[in-house]
Design a protein around this ligand. Sequence first.
Ligand code: SF4
Ligand code: SF4
Ligand code: SF4
Length: 182
Amino acid sequence: MKADVTTKTVKEIRIDIEKCTGCRACEMACSAFHAKPRYSSINPARSRIRVVTDEINDEYVPVRAGNFTRSECDGRHHYRLNGKQYSECSFCRASCPSRDFFIEPDSGLPLKCDMCEDAPPLAEPLCVTVCQPGCLTYEERQLETAIDELGERQAMERGLASLLNQHGIAAVIDNLKRLSRG
Ligand code: SF4
Ligand code: SF4
Ligand code: SF4
């Protein structure tokens, strides 16, 4: 059976670290855009983009907030760049209990970049618009993905059958209840 094909728009922000001056205009714009009411305040702690800075070596790395993770990594890389040591956490996009980045300071809720979803939509994400040195650039590309509904259903049925064989129906129901409680 031939799978249907759907087209998805993938939004990308490209980062040219060489051009970043550490001006932090991106942080200010992002926090203002997400303030309630919109543009009513500026607080970089509420920004979904943070600039990792090393002023002595004149190095700046913007990082956009990704998904929330409940568990911290228990093994981490360390990077040495131009003589300075950075932890993997420095460049990680996760909102994670390990650090204050990407945690809303008042509520403690995780922050995640939404590519500035708005109605009507912005022509481009705000951090890109305000980045005068051109460190951030915006691109969209179309991605074709196959929707194989039958294949997905069969895979799910096989997975469920295997779980039932291994653990029995009572344990599977119990686990599903626990997962749905989050
Ligand atoms: S606005 Fe651009 S140049 Fe300024 S800190 Fe952000 S990414 Fe870097
Ligand atoms: S900030 Fe990222 S790298 Fe560091 S512990 Fe959390 S998830 Fe792992
Ligand atoms: S794309 Fe929008 S939400 Fe994401 S970091 Fe940039 S300004 Fe913030």
